[in-house]
Design a protein around this ligand. Structure first.
Ligand SMILES: Nc1nc2c(ncn2[C@@H]2O[C@H](COP(=O)(O)OP(=O)(O)OP(=O)(O)O)[C@@H](O)[C@H]2O)c(=O)[nH]1
Ligand SMILES: [Zn+2]
Length: 306
C-alpha cells in the first residue's frame, strides 16, 4: 500500500474516492487517504464503503448502484452508494424526446432520487424550457435553474447537496456538465493531476473520483458516464417508475406485470380516465414503452444469435 499520510493500521474503515484501474484511493474516516492495490476488474467502484485489513480491501454491502450500458450492450458499474442523480438539460442542445423520462426511470430503478438541472439559463428559450419542466415534473422532483457560464443560481443546488447527498450528473453532449462540475468542484482537475504523479498517468483519463463539495455532500465524476445519451431501462422499470404515475400510490393494477396499455383492471388507465394523469403524459409513456419493448426485442434476437 502506498501511503499518502502516516501508516494506516489494519481494520480501518473508509470509502473509495478514486479508482485507478490497478489501485484505489481510500479516504479513511479520520480524513487520511491511502492507496490500496486491487486486481484489475476487482469490482470495486468509487463510493464503495470498505474496511482495509492488512492491505486487503473488504467491501461493505451497497445501498445503491449506478450502472451504464455501453453501445455493445456491456454493463458497467459507475458508482456505489449514491443518493441522487442530477439530470442536466439546457435550452441548447434541446433535450432529445423521452430523455428526461428515461433518465428519471433509470435513477429511480437504481434506488436514486432524480433531480433536474436546467443549465444555460442565460440563453433565450430557457424560461420556456423551465416552465415546461415545472409543469411536467415540478411536483415530483427538485428543479434547479442556473448558468454555469455566468456562475449564477448555484446556491440552491449547493444547499441541496449539503443535506448530505452523494450524487452524479448525467446529460447529453454539450449541455454543460463539465462547466457545471468546474464551478461546483474546481479541484477535480487538480486531483487528477496529482494521481498521475504516481506513475499511473496513462489511466488518468478514465479515473473516476468522489469529490467532497465545499458546503457538504459529494459528487462522483466518471468521465464517459456523463454522456448519458442512450438511457438503458427495462419495461419493468418503466411501468413502475414513470414520472407522473406516482398518483398510483398503493392502488395497483390487477396484473403485477401490467404495462398499462389496455390490460383489464389497469389502475393507470383509470387515473388517465379521471384526468389525474394528463393525457399527454400517458401518450409519452406509451411512446417510450414501444421503444423500450422494441429495444428489448432487438437485444433478445442478438442474444439468440450468440
Ligand atoms: N451560454 C452558456 N453556455 C454554456 C453554459 N455552460 C456551458 N456552456 C457552453 O456549452 C458548451 C458545452 O459545455 P461543456 O461543459 O463542455 O458540456 P458537456 O455537457 O460537458 O459536454 P460533453 O463533454 O460533450 O459531454 C461549451 O461551449 C460551454 O462554454 C452556460 O451556462 N451558458
Ligand atoms: Zn396497469
Amino acid at each position: 500500500m502506498k501511503n499518502t499520510g502516516s501508516n494506516p493500521s489494519p481494520g480501518r474503515e473508509g470509502v473509495i474516492v478514486a479508482h485507478l484501474g490497478v489501485a484505489v484511493e481510500v479516504r479513511f474516516d479520520d480524513g487520511e487517504q491511502a492507496r490500496v492495490r486491487v486486481k484489475r476488474n476487482s469490482g470495486h467502484v468509487v463510493g464503495d464503503g470498505v474496511t482495509v485489513c492488512d492491505e486487503v480491501l473488504h467491501r461493505h454491502p451497497r445501498r445503491s448502484e449506478l450502472r451504464r450500458r455501453d453501445t455493445r450492450g456491456g454493463v458497467h458499474l459507475v458508482g456505489a452508494n449514491l443518493d441522487v442523480l442530477g439530470i442536466v438539460v439546457a435550452p441548447i442542445p434541446v433535450p432529445p424526446a423521452g430523455f428526461l423520462d428515461r433518465a428519471i426511470v433509470a435513477a429511480r430503478s437504481g434506488g436514486l432520487l432524480p433531480f433536474v438541472v436546467v443549465n444555460k439559463c442565460d440563453l433565450p428559450g430557457a424560461e420556456e424550457l423551465l416552465e415546461a419542466l415545472r409543469n411536467c415534473y415540478g411536483t415530483t422532483l427538485p428543479i434547479f435553474p442556473l448558468s454555469a457560464a455566468l456562475r449564477q443560481g448555484f446556491e440552491p443546488l449547493r444547499l441541496y447537496f449539503a443535506q448530505g447527498h452523494r450524487g452524479a450528473f448525467v446529460g447529453t453532449t454539450g449541455v454543460g456538465k463539465s462547466s457545471l462540475l468546474n464551478v461546483l468542484c474546481p479541484e477535480i482537475d487538480l486531483r487528477v493531476g496529482e494521481i498521475s504523479e504516481y506513475g499511473l498517468g496513462r489511466h488518468t483519463t478514465t479515473v473516476s473520483t468522489l469529490n467532497a463539495l465545499e458546503k457538504g455532500g459529494e459528487l462522483i465524476d466518471t468521465p464517459g458516464f456523463r454522456d448519458f445519451g442512450l438511457v438503458d431501462i427495462s419495461t419493468d422499470d418503466l411501468s413502475l417508475h414513470f414520472p407522473g404515475f406516482e398518483a398510483l400510490g398503493e392502488n395497483s393494477c390487477r396484473f403485477r406485470n401490467c404495462r398499462h396499455r389496455s390490460e383489464p383492471g389497469c389502475a393507470v388507465a383509470e387515473l388517465v380516465a379521471r384526468g389525474t394523469v394528463p393525457a399527454d403524459r400517458y401518450a409519452a409513456y406509451l411512446e417510450i414503452l414501444n421503444e423500450v419493448e422494441s429495444d428489448e426485442e432487438t437485444s433478445r434476437r442478438r442474444d439468440w444469435k450468440k
